[in-house]
Design a binder for this molecule. Structure first.
Ligand code: ADP
Length: 378
């Protein structure tokens, strides 16, 4: 079986250049450009309708491009039929053959490639062991659970050592516990085999935990490309922030800015009647801005004072490790934070945010409520 240091199925790089796909007047994917290195795990992340599946289907060869090209190690491949590209594919609805046993499903691609029987048997056994399905080799898909069926699909996709594996929301039909289990298995398989993988999801936690790099899509366009840490800690704009778990997106007025490096407080805003220091991301073009806050960056302090937001707790939810709280400020802002101690509804709190964690974006995408509505499309 291929390993990360087994060079013969490892690609050098896969390049998408301005890949565009229109359906009539609808542009489903608009000039999508991305370079993927061999062995990389890339997640395409975005709300429903943002163009993720279109990008994946263009890569797979299931959709012709309207414009642009796809290069694999310097060879143009966008004119090739799916089977000539030879990519492994896993879709959300399992798509295993119901009339074939688990072992025959996994060996399907090998049979098609006329691999000799003994060699095929060995490869099938190895792949089944990798996804822990060896005891189920002779069963039929309808005798398996959803999670097991999806593991068959994954084993089938990797069995023929494809140059690239494409996965379209492979975990979305599974319950929460299985989703996390199988996510870990996918990560382990990738660590072991090093197969170049493109993975579509609308779930930010899946993208963060699996990918080496994340491509955030919205309205058919790329909003940001970065490592999980980059998109999480430094979202490029208010949309990405909203999508990456910055639960509060609030309208603010810019009072003053000063030059400074991107990691230090360089802007003062007024938000809900309180003056706060923050960090501008990108250029602020006017006096209107959107402020993004993550619950983990909002803390309670003992006393009121300048730069402190006074609020009243609305809801406290116990999460097992801590409390997740929602509070409303005196001026009506909704804020989210975590605490080790519970606060009863109606309890007054004083909230602070470190200036380097109060991210200030240009309000180019419209006001914060519009961005929040966009994010809610998920
Ligand atoms: P995602 O995978 O992010 O949910 P898609 O790539 O499926 O998004 O769709 C992107 C956009 O293209 C959507 O507006 C969708 O309605 C449109 N679209 C996708 N497939 C077709 C099609 N076959 N015909 C017309 N419009 C399509």
């Amino acid at each position: 079986m291929t390993t990360a240091d087994d060079a013969d199925t490892q690609i050098g790089h896969l390049e998408l250049e301005e890949v565009t796909r229109a359906f009539g007047d609808t542009v489903a994917l608009d000039r999508f450009s991305l370079q993927i290195q061999g062995g990389e795990f890339v997640a395409l992340l975005g709300p429903s309708g943002s163009g993720k599946s279109t990008a994946l289907n263009c890569l797979a060869g299931l959709l012709p491009l309207s414009h642009g090209r796809i290069m694999l190690d310097g060879q143009r491949i966008d004119g090739l039929a799916p089977e000539r590209r030879g990519f492994g594919m896993v879709f959300q609805n399992y798509a295993v053959f119901p009339h074939m046993t688990v072992a025959d499903n996994v060996g399907f691609g090998l049979t098609m490639r006329r691999m000799p029987k003994e060699q095929r048997q060995a490869r099938v056994d190895e792949c089944l062991a990798m996804v822990r399905l060896d005891p189920h080799a002779e069963k039929y898909p309808n005798q398996l659970s959803g999670g097991e069926r999806q593991r068959v699909a994954i084993a089938r996709a990797i069995a023929f050592q494809p140059p690239v594996v494409l996965m379209d929301e492979p975990l979305s039909n599974l319950d929460a516990k299985l989703r996390i289990e199988l996510r870990t298995e996918i990560r382990k398989l990738h660590q072991r085999l090093g197969l170049t993988t493109v993975y579509v999801t609308h779930d930010q936690s899946e993208a963060l935990s699996l990918a080496d790099r994340i491509v955030v899509l919205n309205h058919s366009r790329i909003e940001q490309i970065g490592t999980p840490n980059e998109v999480y800690a430094r979202p490029a704009n208010a949309f990405v922030a909203g999508f990456m778990g910055y639960r509060s997106l609030l309208d603010a007025e810019v009072l003053s800015t000063r030059d400074g490096d991107a990691d230090s407080a360089n802007v003062v805003v007024r938000m809900g009647g309180v003056e706060l220091s923050g960090t501008a991301i990108g250029r602020l073009s006017g006096s209107k801005a959107s402020v993004a806050l993550r619950p983990e960056d909002v803390t309670t302090v003992p006393d009121a004072g300048p730069g402190i937001i006074d609020a009243v707790v609305d809801v406290a939810e116990y999460t097992g490790r801590e409390y997740a709280l929602e509070a409303t400020s005196t001026a009506g802002l909704t804020l989210f934070f975590y605490s080790d101690t519970s606060h009863a509804p109606g309890h007054k709190v004083h909230l602070a945010v470190a200036p380097e964690r109060l991210l200030v974006f240009d309000a180019v995408h419209g006001d914060a409520a519009t961005v929040a509505a966009e994010v809610a499309r998920v």
